[in-house]
Design a protein around this ligand. Structure first.
Ligand code: URA
Length: 191
Protein backbone atom coordinates (compact mmCIF):
# COMPACT_ATOMS: atom_id res chain seq x y z
CA UNK A 1 0.00 0.00 0.00
CA UNK A 2 0.95 3.63 -0.49
CA UNK A 3 3.42 4.80 2.17
CA UNK A 4 1.65 8.13 2.70
CA UNK A 5 -1.64 6.37 3.46
CA UNK A 6 0.09 3.99 5.88
CA UNK A 7 1.81 6.89 7.67
CA UNK A 8 -1.48 8.82 7.92
CA UNK A 9 -3.10 5.73 9.47
CA UNK A 10 -0.27 5.33 11.96
CA UNK A 11 -0.55 9.00 12.92
CA UNK A 12 -4.29 8.62 13.51
CA UNK A 13 -3.65 5.61 15.75
CA UNK A 14 -1.14 7.61 17.77
CA UNK A 15 -3.50 10.55 18.15
CA UNK A 16 -6.07 8.35 19.84
CA UNK A 17 -3.74 6.17 21.93
CA UNK A 18 -4.50 7.48 25.41
CA UNK A 19 -2.00 5.05 26.95
CA UNK A 20 0.97 6.96 25.54
CA UNK A 21 2.88 9.06 28.08
CA UNK A 22 2.45 12.84 27.64
CA UNK A 23 -0.92 12.22 25.93
CA UNK A 24 -3.16 15.19 26.70
CA UNK A 25 -0.33 17.41 27.93
CA UNK A 26 1.52 17.99 24.65
CA UNK A 27 0.89 18.07 20.90
CA UNK A 28 1.67 15.00 18.82
CA UNK A 29 4.64 15.74 16.57
CA UNK A 30 4.46 12.73 14.30
CA UNK A 31 7.16 13.61 11.77
CA UNK A 32 7.24 14.96 8.24
CA UNK A 33 8.93 14.71 4.88
CA UNK A 34 8.96 12.51 1.83
CA UNK A 35 7.40 9.12 2.66
CA UNK A 36 9.65 7.68 -0.07
CA UNK A 37 12.79 9.26 1.42
CA UNK A 38 15.95 7.17 1.43
CA UNK A 39 17.24 9.05 4.46
CA UNK A 40 15.45 9.46 7.76
CA UNK A 41 16.63 11.83 10.51
CA UNK A 42 15.60 10.92 14.03
CA UNK A 43 15.90 13.40 16.89
CA UNK A 44 15.10 13.15 20.56
CA UNK A 45 11.74 14.75 21.30
CA UNK A 46 9.89 17.92 20.27
CA UNK A 47 10.68 21.19 22.03
CA UNK A 48 8.68 24.36 22.66
CA UNK A 49 8.21 25.47 19.03
CA UNK A 50 7.58 21.97 17.72
CA UNK A 51 4.87 21.55 20.35
CA UNK A 52 3.25 24.81 19.22
CA UNK A 53 3.01 23.83 15.55
CA UNK A 54 3.03 20.02 15.59
CA UNK A 55 6.07 19.79 13.29
CA UNK A 56 9.57 18.46 14.08
CA UNK A 57 12.69 20.63 14.14
CA UNK A 58 11.18 24.06 13.51
CA UNK A 59 13.09 25.97 16.23
CA UNK A 60 16.74 27.11 16.19
CA UNK A 61 18.07 23.54 16.03
CA UNK A 62 15.68 22.90 13.14
CA UNK A 63 16.94 25.95 11.24
CA UNK A 64 20.47 24.61 11.59
CA UNK A 65 19.31 21.18 10.40
CA UNK A 66 17.78 22.86 7.32
CA UNK A 67 21.05 24.70 6.63
CA UNK A 68 23.14 21.54 6.98
CA UNK A 69 20.81 19.82 4.52
CA UNK A 70 20.96 22.75 2.10
CA UNK A 71 24.78 22.69 2.30
CA UNK A 72 24.79 19.13 0.91
CA UNK A 73 22.18 20.06 -1.70
CA UNK A 74 19.23 18.25 -0.14
CA UNK A 75 15.93 20.12 0.24
CA UNK A 76 14.38 19.55 3.68
CA UNK A 77 11.32 18.00 2.03
CA UNK A 78 13.41 15.33 0.31
CA UNK A 79 14.19 13.53 3.59
CA UNK A 80 11.97 12.34 6.44
CA UNK A 81 12.36 13.92 9.90
CA UNK A 82 11.00 12.50 13.13
CA UNK A 83 11.79 11.91 16.80
CA UNK A 84 12.15 9.01 19.24
CA UNK A 85 9.50 10.46 21.58
CA UNK A 86 6.76 12.27 19.72
CA UNK A 87 5.44 14.60 22.40
CA UNK A 88 7.31 17.32 24.25
CA UNK A 89 8.53 16.33 27.73
CA UNK A 90 7.75 19.12 30.23
CA UNK A 91 10.40 21.88 30.36
CA UNK A 92 12.28 20.04 27.56
CA UNK A 93 13.66 17.54 30.07
CA UNK A 94 15.36 14.40 28.73
CA UNK A 95 12.93 11.71 27.65
CA UNK A 96 12.45 9.03 30.32
CA UNK A 97 13.28 5.39 29.54
CA UNK A 98 9.58 4.49 29.92
CA UNK A 99 8.61 7.23 27.43
CA UNK A 100 11.12 5.93 24.89
CA UNK A 101 9.79 2.41 25.46
CA UNK A 102 6.14 3.47 25.07
CA UNK A 103 6.76 5.32 21.77
CA UNK A 104 8.98 2.54 20.42
CA UNK A 105 6.29 0.44 18.66
CA UNK A 106 5.17 3.52 16.72
CA UNK A 107 8.71 4.50 15.75
CA UNK A 108 9.34 0.93 14.64
CA UNK A 109 6.25 1.00 12.41
CA UNK A 110 7.15 4.43 11.05
CA UNK A 111 10.63 3.18 10.08
CA UNK A 112 9.18 -0.01 8.60
CA UNK A 113 6.82 1.99 6.37
CA UNK A 114 9.44 4.49 5.18
CA UNK A 115 12.08 1.75 4.88
CA UNK A 116 15.02 4.18 4.59
CA UNK A 117 18.46 3.13 3.46
CA UNK A 118 20.14 5.46 5.97
CA UNK A 119 19.00 6.59 9.41
CA UNK A 120 20.88 9.64 10.68
CA UNK A 121 20.45 9.84 14.43
CA UNK A 122 20.53 13.30 16.01
CA UNK A 123 21.95 13.22 19.54
CA UNK A 124 22.71 10.43 21.98
CA UNK A 125 19.15 9.32 22.80
CA UNK A 126 18.44 8.53 19.19
CA UNK A 127 21.90 6.98 18.66
CA UNK A 128 21.54 4.76 21.75
CA UNK A 129 18.14 3.59 20.58
CA UNK A 130 19.90 1.81 17.69
CA UNK A 131 23.40 1.44 19.14
CA UNK A 132 22.98 1.03 22.91
CA UNK A 133 26.71 0.99 23.71
CA UNK A 134 27.83 3.82 21.43
CA UNK A 135 29.31 7.05 22.82
CA UNK A 136 28.50 10.18 20.86
CA UNK A 137 31.96 11.77 21.29
CA UNK A 138 33.66 8.63 19.93
CA UNK A 139 31.13 7.26 17.49
CA UNK A 140 29.63 10.30 15.72
CA UNK A 141 30.22 10.21 11.98
CA UNK A 142 30.95 6.46 11.93
CA UNK A 143 28.33 4.61 9.88
CA UNK A 144 27.21 1.24 11.23
CA UNK A 145 25.16 -1.36 9.37
CA UNK A 146 22.36 -2.68 11.56
CA UNK A 147 20.80 -5.91 10.32
CA UNK A 148 17.36 -7.18 11.17
CA UNK A 149 15.86 -10.44 9.87
CA UNK A 150 14.98 -9.19 6.42
CA UNK A 151 16.59 -5.73 6.16
CA UNK A 152 19.75 -3.85 6.74
CA UNK A 153 19.94 -0.16 7.43
CA UNK A 154 22.91 2.16 7.77
CA UNK A 155 22.96 4.17 10.96
CA UNK A 156 24.97 7.40 10.91
CA UNK A 157 25.25 8.82 14.43
CA UNK A 158 25.33 12.63 14.38
CA UNK A 159 25.58 15.22 17.11
CA UNK A 160 22.31 16.93 17.93
CA UNK A 161 22.07 20.34 16.15
CA UNK A 162 21.17 21.94 19.51
CA UNK A 163 24.58 20.83 20.83
CA UNK A 164 26.20 22.37 17.74
CA UNK A 165 24.51 25.69 18.56
CA UNK A 166 26.30 25.66 21.92
CA UNK A 167 29.78 24.69 20.71
CA UNK A 168 31.78 25.68 17.62
CA UNK A 169 33.78 22.45 17.82
CA UNK A 170 30.63 20.34 17.81
CA UNK A 171 29.30 22.39 14.88
CA UNK A 172 32.48 21.69 12.90
CA UNK A 173 32.16 17.96 13.60
CA UNK A 174 28.51 17.96 12.65
CA UNK A 175 29.22 19.77 9.37
CA UNK A 176 31.98 17.26 8.59
CA UNK A 177 29.76 14.25 9.42
CA UNK A 178 26.86 15.62 7.38
CA UNK A 179 29.04 15.68 4.28
CA UNK A 180 29.37 11.88 4.54
CA UNK A 181 25.67 11.40 3.90
CA UNK A 182 25.47 11.57 0.07
CA UNK A 183 28.15 8.88 -0.39
CA UNK A 184 26.37 6.55 2.06
CA UNK A 185 23.41 6.36 -0.28
CA UNK A 186 25.60 4.68 -2.89
CA UNK A 187 27.15 2.20 -0.50
CA UNK A 188 26.20 -1.43 -0.99
CA UNK A 189 24.85 -2.71 2.31
CA UNK A 190 23.50 -6.10 1.31
CA UNK A 191 25.51 -9.25 0.59
N1 URA B 1 14.98 18.67 19.17
C1 URA B 1 14.63 17.41 18.83
O1 URA B 1 15.28 16.44 19.22
N2 URA B 1 13.55 17.26 18.07
C2 URA B 1 12.83 18.27 17.60
O2 URA B 1 11.86 18.03 16.88
C3 URA B 1 13.24 19.57 17.95
C4 URA B 1 14.30 19.75 18.73
Amino acid sequence: MNKKILLDELKKNMETDEGLPLFGSATLVFGEGDPEARVMFIGEAPGFFEDKVGRPFVGRAGKLLGKLLADIGWPRGSVYISNIVKRRPPENRDPLPEEIEAYKPYLKKQIKIIDPKVIATLGRFSMNYFLPNAKISLDHGKPVIVKTKEKSVLILPLYHPAAALRSTNVLKELEKDFKKLPALLNLKTKA
